[in-house]
Ligand binder design. Structure first.
Ligand code: AMP
Ligand code: MG
Length: 491
């Protein structure tokens, strides 16, 4: 791995080569107080060939605290619109984030360095352009946790904080997060050009995205429909992964949907503790539009918005045909993941009801989603009494026993061996997820200027499937205070 100093990062800035209609060029606005490094993620630095020791230099906090640019960066705020809670909002755009530049690594990979909380932009509307420390910690930790889980996502390089005051419900301090992604093009990036009837620009954007990010689709007249079809596929698979791991995004507006099929824009997200399919993690989502069990459907709804925006470029029937692939893809992938979660190898008709009945039971008995699946790996065939720790997850143990008998006979049908199954299941059922209360603990310490818990969680969550000695407490279901923490939209 090459290890370059900060000043030797190389930038490409392909987005800045597009017409000015796509963005506004501007510099970040530094904090009113000196910046300091809060946390740094060496795993993300590696993606851009950055020497991890560079984080110790004051220049590092200066650059990623928005007060200094390095040569080659061409900062800009991207323009987009989107459907928010089902309603079209004609103009959104990066209101508090600035694309600093597109770093190239030696393998030819391109990573947007996006500075979130970098001050006002022409798209800030009534916002202040800032992010509070609390929300940057949540995004930083969760994006790396998702990566650790094997779920496509933006990455996070660092958090830089300062004593700069930011006014929310109370006075807080501001922070900036460096987020990384192949690009930050969203469904809404296309929607704005469609609704503004700028169909020439729409084509420019589609050609750009295909050339840079989907080069395997570049040939042929039907490339726009094939591009859409690939976004459908990636999105379907992404959402299947969210469902299987028990994670809710919370604000699935079309401006928060990446055309790469990666998890984008972490706000009031939540991992489910006690299994509840109607789980609403966003305190401001009064109607439950983005409830956990609505996500697959919302994925389809959002893709249909993107299809609409691509109508000037591709035949309606082709877009419709691609859209029709979504539900079978998402459901198929979800079933594969759930089969693996209960340790099955073969595919049988009855698996769907076996899984559904288990989930129904878990809901009824308020069973912890993550911990139960992790524990299920220890299921022993042929010895009911040895499964007592599993039975104890349920208030009515007999109803679990009834399910367990079906499960056991299903396992026997495929000649499942306990030891092999445990090893397989431990690779797909995480032990550690970023429960809200864990994030909250790190936040409260950070607000007292102790940032150590952020680093501890980062390391822990980058390996969520391994038992980590001395870390069992991090796998505990939430204490009472941590069960119903209120988190809402942008902060
Ligand atoms: P989000 O809910 O974070 O996806 O944001 C939705 C829109 O509001 C995007 O256009 C953001 O850039 C913008 N926005 C959110 N918070 C702020 C803020 N504090 N200042 C300016 N714009 C913001
Ligand atoms: Mg957003």
């Amino acid at each position: 791995m090459p290890h370059r100093p900060l000043e030797e990062l190389t930038f490409d800035n392909t987005y800045a080569r597009l017409a000015e209609a796509f963005y506004a060029k501007l510099h970040p606005t530094p904090f009113s107080e000196p910046p300091h490094l809060i946390s740094f993620n060496p795993a993300a630095a590696e993606l851009i060939d950055l020497d991890p020791d560079e984080a110790k230099r004051p220049e590092f906090s200066a650059v990623f605290g928005g007060s200094m640019l390095i040569s080659g960066m061409e900062p800009l705020a991207m323009l987009y619109s989107g459907h928010q809670f089902g309603v079209y909002v004609p103009q959104l755009g990066d209101g508090r984030a600035i694309l600093l530049g597109e770093a190239r690594n030696e393998q030819g990979g391109k990573w947007d360095l996006h500075l979130k909380g970098a001050g006002l932009t022409p798209f800030s509307r009534e916002g202040d352009g800032r992010a509070v420390l609390r929300s940057t910690i949540r995004e930083y930790l969760c994006s790396e946790a998702m990566y650790g889980l094997g779920i496509p996502t933006t990455r996070a390089l660092c958090i830089v904080g300062s004593n700069h005051k930011v006014y929310r419900e109370q006075v807080e301090t501001g922070a900036m997060l460096v987020r990384m992604a192949p690009s930050h093009v969203r469904f809404g990036s296309f929607e704005i050009l469609y609704y503004r009837k700028q169909h020439e620009l729409l084509k420019v954007l589609a050609d750009y995205v295909i050339a840079i990010h989907f080069p395997h689709l570049a040939e042929g007249t039907d490339k726009y429909a094939r591009f859409f079809s690939e976004v459908v596929e990636r999105t379907a698979k992404l959402i299947a992964q969210w469902q299987a791991v028990g994670w809710a995004h919370g604000v699935m507006n079309t401006d928060n949907m990446s055309i790469h099929g990666i998890t984008l824009d972490y706000g009031p997200f939540g991992f489910i503790d006690d299994y509840d399919p109607g789980f609403i993690c966003n305190h401001s989502d009064h109607n439950g539009r983005y409830a956990f069990n609505q996500q697959p459907y919302i994925g389809l709804w959002n893709l249909s918005c993107l299809a609409q925006a691509l109508l000037p470029l591709a035949p309606k029937e082709d877009l419709k045909a691609a859209l029709d692939r979504y539900t079978p893809l998402c459901e198929g992938r979800y079933m594969e993941l759930m089969r693996a979660k209960i340790g099955l190898i073969e595919t049988k008709e009855e698996d769907a009801s076996l899984i559904q009945d288990l989930l129904a039971l878990m809901q009824l008995h308020h069973v912890d989603y993550t911990n139960f699946f992790r524990a299920l790996g220890l299921f022993q065939t042929g010895a009911e009494s040895l499964n007592n720790p599993l039975r104890d997850f349920f208030l009515d143990r007999e109803s679990f026993d009834r399910w367990a008998r079906r499960y056991e006979s299903r396992l026997r049908e495929e000649g499942s061996r306990d030891e092999d199954r445990l090893a397989r299941m431990n690779r797909v059922n995480p032990k550690y997820v970023l429960r809200n209360y864990l994030a909250q603990t790190a936040i409260e310490k950070a607000q007292q200027k102790d940032f150590s818990e952020i680093d501890r969680l980062l390391t822990l969550l980058q390996n969520p499937y391994s038992d980590q000695p001395g870390k069992d407490a991090y796998a505990a279901s939430p204490p009472n205070w941590g069960k119903h923490l209120s988190v809402s939209c942008s902060s």
